[in-house]
Design a protein around this ligand. Structure first.
Ligand code: R5P
Length: 315
């Protein structure tokens, strides 16, 4: 049924690519993705892909620029090998936070990243929980923005009684995402953390809007990077009377002091997905649990290939 499909992986998250292949019951395509001695990327596709539908799995996570170049170079190699159609499957789209000019003389890096992927030869992009949904419009190619929500909601339903449970968005921008989660959880209440960021990577909590007293609160966010937003948010929630605080988050970027901060924090658990592989330090953190989005991405790839609706996966 999927005989004209071939999936390749860069080095960013091969285990996710293998899980996706397992879900689709196909073998991961053979490709050499290595570096020359000067660290330039070297790619060779090891099988015939003429007129095949190619899917390249590569989140652009750390080292971001290196993984980004691997993706672009793999797309270029596939285009020159006469693939019929090339889909860049970018479960975590790096540079997405640079989605607008917030001050004079700064780039819009998300637009540049999209331009480079398309210029390399991608015909379509599949991604997940884009930091800003308008990034879909940064190209005229089709972009399928998947949501980890069904997988994270399943975890919440399986592990937390809904009575006395509330959700909290770590900032005003994430409120609609948090509301969408709440809707699937019998419309439980939500709070919004009023956060400001005086400097990059230094979020400060100003206020908590909403009633969290005596409740178990789950913070909802798309990205955990340095951990400041979720950790400071958890502290603020406890200070205004929450009983305990947990968090769900799609992309575990976990850079800088993140793990140390999480370990020392009042946050009781952090549930993330495998869009980005965890470092050894993150794997050793007993508060972090990982749920897999491989079946969801696998189903979305199948829908794209067979022409079925991707939206139906989220109804
Ligand atoms: C911000 O708008 C995002 O949704 C995340 O809250 C943010 O990127 C998390 O970064 P950090 O963990 O460094 O606070």
């Amino acid at each position: 049924m999927l005989s004209n499909m071939i999936i390749f992986s860069g080095n960013a998250n091969e285990s996710l690519a293998k899980e996706i292949c397992q879900h689709l019951n196909i073998k991961l395509g053979g490709a050499l993705v290595e570096t020359f001695s000067d660290r330039e990327t070297k790619v060779k596709i090891l099988e015939n892909i003429r007129r095949k539908e190619v899917y390249i799995i590569q989140p652009t996570c750390r080292p971001v620029d290196h993984h980004f170049m691997e993706l672009c170079i793999m797309i270029d190699a596939c285009r020159r090998a006469s693939a019929k159609e090339i889909t860049a499957v970018v479960p975590y789209f790096g540079y997405a936070r640079g989605d607008k000019k917030t001050e004079p003389r700064v780039p819009i890096t998300a637009k540049l990243a999209m331009d480079l992927i398309v210029a390399s030869g991608a015909d379509r992009i599949i991604t997940m929980d884009l930091h800003a949904v308008q990034i879909q419009g940064f190209t005229n190619k089709p972009v399928d923005n998947l949501f980890a929500e069904p997988v994270l909601i399943r975890y919440i339903k399986d592990n937390f009684p809904l009575e006395n449970l509330g959700l909290a968005s770590t900032d005003v921008g994430g409120a609609s995402r948090t509301r969408s989660y709440a809707k699937r959880l019998n419309n439980i209440g939500i709070a919004i953390i009023d956060k400001r960021r005086p400097e990059d990577n230094k979020p400060e909590v100003m206020n908590v809007i909403g009633d969290v007293k005596g409740k178990t609160i789950i913070e909802v966010d798309d990205i955990i990077d340095t951990g400041g937003s979720l950790v400071n948010g958890a502290q603020a929630l406890m200070e205004v009377g929450a009983k305990e605080v947990h968090a769900v988050c799609t992309h575990p970027v976990l850079s800088g002091p993140a793990i140390e901060m999480i370990n020392k924090s009042v946050l009781q658990s952090l549930i993330v997905t495998n869009t980005i592989p965890l470092s050894a330090e993150a794997k050793a953190c007993s508060k972090i649990k990982v749920v897999s989005v491989s079946s969801l991405i696998g189903e979305a790839i199948k829908c794209c290939y067979t022409g079925e609706s991707v939206t139906s996966l989220f109804d």
